[in-house]
Design a protein around this ligand. Sequence first.
Ligand code: GLP
Length: 252
Amino acid sequence: MEITIKKSYEDMSKAAANIIADAIRQKPDIVLGLATGSTPLGTYKELIRMHKEEGLDFSKVTTFNLDEYYGLSKDHTQSYYYYMHKNLFDHINIKEENIHIPDGTACNVEDYCSKYEQQIKECGGIDLQILGIGTNGHIGFNEPAEKLFASTHLTDLTEDTIKANSRFFDSIEKVPKKAITMGIGSILKAKKIMLLANGKNKATAISHLINQNYITTKVPATFLKTHNDVTVILDEEASGFNKNCCKDCCKE
Ligand code: GLP
């Protein structure tokens, strides 16, 4: 696992965008796995800038999003479909037919989830998967539990996640209780994975990932340790780095 610690959120976002842009330039028909949440917003902003100012070309790029709230339609302002269009897709030259986001209104969910997995396979698999991390260590919406699911599935959200994500909704009651998410196996099938985290509320989850040697379903992100090409980009706060600390662990 390659770990990079950047001074600020802006630096983290630029480093991540550079990795994505290099990957697109190397393989213009790349398949990207994309994440939502506040973490990748700066990265998407930088990718939009690169498209507008440097001609970064998304015309052959295919994308698969990790997850979507179950019960929210595409036009709901808190749906991940809405988020992705507002924060990235509407500003770059990606083809609408190359965009895949789980449908939060799918009826036969089991069938729908198998089809989503099948579509990823038919596109040749994900080349580069972007991930954020929940404060409880979830990736996508794979929540801490006794068992984790391998492939795309419908899941219950934990109280922790509902509370954490309520900041985007008018009230906690409006946060959906379920979501469709890629499974841990779907994520681990990606050829390369890049996880981003910023802010001190992510430091504990990140510590389970980078400072401990165990893998546990209680912190789903720890499964990334079984993958052979993971890059983790953090800001100082998420890394647990504290410039005022007198111990060697935090010295530059
Ligand atoms: C959300 C998403 C995840 C995201 C995580 C962190 O619930 N399902 O894909 O990585 O939680 O969100 P944020 O970046 O807003 O902290």
